[in-house]
Design a protein around this ligand. Sequence first.
Ligand code: OSB
Ligand code: MG
Length: 380
Amino acid sequence: MMRADNEPRRGSPLRIDGAEVRIVRLPLVTPFTIATGTMYDKLFPLLILKSDGLEGYGEGVMDPLPDYLDETLIGSMSLVRDVLLPKVVGQSFENPEDLEQILIGWRGHYMAKAMVEMAFWDLWAKSLGLPMKTVLGGLRQAIEVGVSLGITSLEETVTRAEAHQALGYKRIKLKIMPGHDVEVVKAVRRALPDAHLTVDANTSYSLSDTAVFRALDGFELDYIEQPLAWNDIHDHAVLQSRISTAICLDESIRSAADTRKALQTDAARVINIKVGRVGGYLEAKRIHDVCAAWDVPVWCGGMLESGIGRAHNIHLSTLANFRKPGDTSSASRYFTKDIVNEVLTAEQGLMPVPAGDGIGVTLDWKFLETVTEQVESFKP
Ligand code: OSB
Ligand code: MG
């Protein structure tokens, strides 16, 4: 019988016969500052799901404290350890849709659910002998990427923007916050008159700052990312009606339903998709599809991921409606050494899609041991 392409694939069910969670700490090459705070190292959970000699990998993007969004490492880990993994390990699932049934019942905890779902997708793709991009429905060999520049001095920001433009990155995103906005954009625009420039405010403004955004309208930014509160789509619609530059939502979009509301009210004209923020690939694909139906472009955001999360982001970005450069730049910009063997490097703003089954990257176990702070194993 023919299988319609949008139907879940049916195969022999995958039995999850074990899992391991590692808490990993990687030092950052340079501190990364955004409106909500500064990161000095990247602390994250790595989930390994096992089935019949295969391993699937997922990386959690929750921060130790609820600064980017409301989820925390400790809160997430308690759900993963006590609730999610006990329902996964020892069970069998035919496909991601099957696994999603045991995740969707719980409110929030998008990043925790995404980590489990992503590891399962990787495992499932490997069991089918297919690259992750193929099971997702993507076609590209390489994806277009830009960089996200943290908040530093005005001079340093201009220098970094010029250096990344010279490397061929397809877009330069400047982090802004009140008191560090129009002057920085003006200086970078003066230095790089033709660059594809955007800004990301990480929720640090309110409608009373409309004058700042009207001033930013003068610099040909492609979009302004998440200017207002993380849980407020409505005020973004009001701001969008007052300015000409497109608004791109990041923090405010947790689901396809949020996306539909944002597009219906013209609160955003571009959407940033992060699998972790929206609870997994299935929801990320639904958001991608809602945007495609509205002819709204999406791009893949980042959370300073290690090679595991980075590889996932690259595969997701092969889907057709990822029409703007993503944030998945070279891993070496953040880490001197990565936990994967494959070096993920962009050349001239193009990041190749790792070849092989699943996400196509393998763990450097020896190095991983040295940066693991905690390991927990789960058996049926
Ligand atoms: O808003 O996109 C964001 C990093 C941490 C938290 C939020 C954000 C970011 C980035 C970094 O912009 C993107 C990257 O991974 O390079
Ligand atoms: Mg952002």
